[in-house]
Write a protein that binds this ligand. Sequence first.
Ligand code: ARG
Length: 466
Amino acid sequence: MAQSNDSLWGGRFESGPSHALAALSKSTHFDWRLASYDLAGTNAHIKALAAAGFLSQDEVSKLQAAISELDDKIKAGEFAPKFEEEDVHAALERGLIEIAGAETAGKVRAGRSRNDQIATLIRSFLLDASDVIESELVSFIEVLMERAKEHGDAVMPGRTHFQHAQPVLLSHHLLAHAWPQVRNLERLSDWRRRAKLSPYGAGALAGNTLGLDPELVAKELGFDGTTQNSMDATSSRDVVAEFAFIASMIGIDLSRFAEEIIAWSTYEFGYVKLHDSFSTGSSIMPQKKNPDIAELARGKAGRLIGNLTGLLSTLKGLPLSYNRDLQEDKEPVFDSVDTLLVTLPAFTGMVATLKFDLERMASLAPLGFALATDVAEWLVKQGVVFRDAHEITGELVKFCEEHSLELHEPTDEQYLSISMHLLPELRSVLSVESAITSRNGAGGTSKSQAEIQLSKLEAFLASREN
Ligand code: ARG
């Protein structure tokens, strides 16, 4: 039942692990992804060991050469973990021993534990992943900005409760999907401050007795500093959960736009046509052109939320400090990273190539009594109390609905029959153009406000480059 044990922890055991335990315990199939980070950690750790007098300069050189050879071999596909190896740490220790010999490579494990190692590696991995996700988000925002500029004057129905509400600029609507992703970028920057602290040196839970300098390791690995409490360092994963939350939020924000694109591309809406290279066909219905990217983005948001809630459930109620449950932190966030990195480029490409039917959107913009608020606010400007203005406008809408008219279509007499305040001049505000240009307060839908938004977005993106 048992297998031989040449793992990292055989000494006090008389038999090796059972196959059943080994199968449950194994993480190599997913944590091997962290191999290059583990080697970087080892490289830094060697320097700390040398600084504390546990390795000679010769040994350091030998080990560093071995690390770089092992790294090359991994990249060339010449070194891989063995089936029975428990985790990335075990496989890499074997690799180092194979190259540098047990005498020297056997010293490297001193003063560190897989607990502080893994807590560090996941941070390094996520920090790199965040860079790539951030650059995908920037591309998405840039495409929204380009599309907004391209269609600066185009109008469309703005909706609340999915019903026609007030006309808006298409650019205003598009940029409304940029700002949530700006906030997600800000969230990632803020998260980075907490993530960029190295747990290395925390040991298994209580620190190390060898006088190793955690600051030295942190600096070597590009962290801004070290964590403050070794028990917290090895047992907390809020940094991982926070990343999973931001990934979910990115997915959720995309899914909201996805839902609109799905609606917009229907026959009934007819706002957009998807580009052939960003839509799919049906195996049976020859006429079909399906918004699969948008649907997958909407579906993937569920998956991202699942990763977050699964991870939070793992963390709930865990006592200090390290518990093996924590091994469950990696697969969810690996999946979140992979999910975003397949979703974002496709989504951005789909938005970049959407063809808007501007005429149709413009023709629908005033319908559904979308200018009713403009009537009420015109009345207020004539001195009518808003409560009365609302009431009068409601009656006008009712009249128009009964007579199948738009708000500007009743005759002067019909206006007056509804209210003495409904004068012919009212018609001057009953155009989409007037509705849009008059909404000129900060953050409103007027053209000049859209231009201000664009310059603010440009400034935000430029500030990230510095
Ligand atoms: N595979 C483990 C994880 O991902 C590494 C740490 C193992 N520590 C231990 N004491 N077994 O959390």
